[in-house]
Design a protein around this ligand. Structure first.
Ligand SMILES: Nc1ncnc2c1ncn2[C@@H]1O[C@H](COP(=O)(O)OP(=O)(O)OP(=O)(O)O)[C@@H](O)[C@H]1O
Ligand SMILES: [Mg+2]
Length: 366
């Protein structure tokens, strides 16, 4: 059974098998260690406890994990979320049924449990230099008043946050995390605790190390961090490659950062067409116009027309303050809380904080 499921899931990259447990009594312990999004339980599991009991025990111990129950036609089973049966799959099954059931189980649980209310926010732009790293850092600090925050350095090659935060090259990075059986304790050991009060998961210190961080590693990091922090803010590199797509898929909100720059506007408009094709819900997407007071001859209405949607947030330009704060590696939201640029970042934070108590938009995958 396990190798059949493994074969069905091998063809795609969005779901990672964390472990296969063959004895019911070990299941709760392993689930508690690995915090999977979804557990597949064989209803005909041999020995004691049997499949139904295992499902019910997992529901008690780890309410955030969705559970798919596998059965055969001779042993029909009803869905029963209270006892850990979110979705039932009857053999024989194909890869499509399996993916759908896993996704359904994950999404149903996400909104239900306390853990599910954690929010992953990524800052995205297909064009470089628009202010993602600066805004990600300051937004993370602004959110820290509302719960624990982890900032993730998604600029894997050049590790923008190492540069910004003056981190010593010896500080551990995501590359020091185990690729198998990743636990909260491992994460806590590599996290950089910034004086600004936020935790940071750093990218590797050298460019050539970037290729050792795989897309599936990034997915695993995000899903674990989601369980550890109220907010996970991800800085990304200027691209829409496989890694960035995985980060965006795993995000509840995507802040698309833009400046009054014809090329940035054009590439973002193109990326938004992709987002629409993928099926990202409009509630997941917001546009942040950085340096909004330096239009450079471009009309705001033209920007919105090009993007096919409104600009949701505006951040003013403040070259002197940003330069000084960035050169010292301190957040301007704390160093100069009265500056208009700080108020702009706080407005984004306030809108996200307000959204956290509501059901968040669930990522639709492609
Ligand atoms: N609102 C602002 N006012 C003034 N300067 C800003 C503002 N936002 C960003 N900057 C400056 O713009 C430059 C680029 O910012 P940042 O590095 O944060 O952008 P990025 O999108 O992460 O770039 P990269 O493509 O290199 O990752 C920096 O020098 C920063 O100081
Ligand atoms: Mg950057």
């Amino acid at each position: 059974m396990a190798s059949h499921i493994r074969a069905l899931l091998a063809a795609q990259s969005q779901i990672t098998i964390l472990d296969v447990v063959t004895r019911g009594e070990r299941a709760v312990g392993v689930v508690g260690e690995l915090h999977p999004d979804v557990v597949i339980v064989d209803a005909l599991l041999q020995g004691r406890p049997g499949g139904r009991t295992v499902a019910s025990m997992i529901r008690q111990a780890e309410p955030s994990a969705g559970i798919v129950m596998l059965t055969v036609p001779q042993n029909p089973i009803q869905e029963d979320a209270e006892h850990g049966i979110d979705t039932v799959l009857t053999m024989p099954l194909n890869g499509f049924d399996l993916l759908l059931a896993i996704r359904r189980a994950a999404e149903e649980r996400r909104g239900q449990s306390g853990h599910g209310r954690s929010m992953v926010i990524s800052l995205f732009s297909p064009k470089g230099g628009v202010g993602r790293t600066t805004l990600a850092f300051n937004l993370a600090v602004a959110l820290a008043g509302d719960g624990p925050v982890c900032l993730v350095d998604g600029s894997i090659q050049f590790s923008d946050l190492r540069g910004l935060l003056r981190v010593p090259p010896t500080a551990p990075s995501m590359l020091d995390l185990p690729t198998e059986r990743l636990r909260e304790g491992d994460m806590s050991e590599v996290i950089w605790r910034d004086p600004s009060g936020i935790d940071v998961l750093l990218a590797p210190p050298r460019v050539e190390m970037a290729e050792m961080v795989t897309t599936s590693d990034l997915e695993k990091f995000l899903s674990l961090l989601r369980r550890m922090y109220a907010y996970v803010v991800v800085d990304t590199r200027a691209s829409l490659d496989e890694d960035v797509l995985a980060i965006l898929d795993g995000s509840d909100r995507i802040l698309q950062v833009l400046a009054f720059d014809a090329m940035a506007i054009r590439s973002l408009a193109m990326a938004r067409e992709t987002f629409a094709a993928i099926g990202y819900s409009p509630g997941k997407l917001s546009v942040v116009l950085n340096r909004a007071d330096t239009a450079g001859g471009i009309d705001r209405a033209d920007v919105e027309a090009a993007l096919g949607g409104p600009i949701d947030f505006e951040i003013v330009s403040d070259g002197r303050l940003v330069l000084a704060a960035n050169n010292e590696g301190v957040p301007f939201v704390s160093a100069s809380p009265d500056a208009p640029i700080a108020a702009g970042v706080r407005a984004i934070a306030a809108s996200l904080t307000a959204g956290r108590t509501l059901p968040v938009a669930s990522p639709v995958s492609h």
